[in-house]
Design a protein around this ligand. Structure first.
Ligand code: AMP
Length: 288
């Protein structure tokens, strides 16, 4: 496994792959890897024999009062895990490689960031889109794999790829969960043992909402109120719990059309997100 720290070097290597017409799969990550990340890497390996994982805690997607400084970092552990998951290359640049003195460009989407996480994290998705576009240019993937846990992020990346005519196919990977249902996340490491015991309620609540829909509930606001009440009683401070259109993220007005329940909530100082298709677009997506 080749570890590349320099942006210039990464670009040279990627240009060589392009010249040789090699399929390349990219998995962008911020490190502190868990089995969810590694599932993405293994899936990437089914799409290309060259698999690049990037490890980069992207400063421009963090707000001034967010957890950039304390975000978990474990380069040695991450490299070991990536090797065993089949990554052939790791791109792990310093922030100064990605954002040298004078950097001032952002990729800004107009509508998707007005919803869900974008409302409480101004500038977050511009930071995400900018770093992902740079990673695409530097690593030259033909395929890139993103996790559905970060549902809004997947939509932002897919929209950017279409809007900017990028030559990369986005693969959506289902959310990987702990046995008790909690979505795996690097931020789960922040949870105290007591919070960790409560955390699975987030997904349990989403599943309960889906059960209500299956049982015939047709009122979006009654559904959302039920979910908020349940999370509040469990000890979460709910930032948002919404039922949204799966493509635009506009609030759903009906539970008869495809829709997704999306939630962000805090347990103590830890912000957790999750989502679940309530009314799937097709039968296969029921398991997401
Ligand atoms: P992060 O390191 O948290 O920025 O995540 C890097 C990639 O891994 C993103 O595409 C995430 O959506 C994905 N990811 C993180 N956690 C999970 C999970 N539990 N299941 C599936 N994908 C995940």
């Amino acid at each position: 496994m080749d570890v590349i720290r320099s942006a210039v070097r990464m670009k040279e290597v990627a240009q060589d792959w392009r010249r040789r017409g090699l399929p390349v799969a990219l998995v962008p990550t911020m490190g502190a890897l868990h089995d969810g990340h590694l599932a993405l890497v293994r899936t990437a390996g089914q799409h290309a024999s060259t698999v690049v994982a990037s490890l980069f805690v992207n400063p421009i997607q963090f707000g001034p009062r967010e957890d950039l400084a304390r975000y978990p970092r474990d380069l040695d552990g991450d490299l070991r895990k990536l090797r065993s998951a089949g990554a052939t290359h790791v791109f792990a640049p310093e922030a100064s490689e990605m954002y040298p003195e004078g950097f001032q460009t952002r990729v800004v989407l107009e509508r998707l960031p007005e919803h869900l996480c974008g409302r409480s994290r101004p500038g977050h998705f511009a930071g995400v889109a900018t770093v992902v576009l740079k990673l695409f240019h530097l690593c030259g993937p033909t395929v890139a794999v993103f996790g559905m846990k970060d549902y809004q992020q997947v939509l932002v990346v897919e929209r950017m790829v279409r809007d900017l005519d990028l030559d990369v196919r986005i693969v959506r990977h289902p959310t990987v969960r702990e046995p008790d249902g909690l979505a795996m996340s690097s931020r789960n490491a922040y949870l105290t043992p007591k919070e960790r015991r409560v955390a699975p309620e987030l997904y349990a609540t989403l599943r309960a909402l889906r059960d209500l829909v299956v049982a015939g509930e047709r009122d979006v606001s009654r559904l959302v109120t039920a979910g908020r009440d349940r999370l509040g009683k469990a000890g979460f401070a709910v930032e948002y719990l919404e039922v949204v259109d799966p493509d635009t993220l506009d609030p759903a007005t009906s539970l008869d059309a495809p829709c997704v329940a999306a939630v962000a909530a805090r347990l103590g100082s830890t912000r957790l997100i999750d989502n679940l298709q309530l009314v799937p677009s097709d039968a296969e997506e029921c398991t997401r």
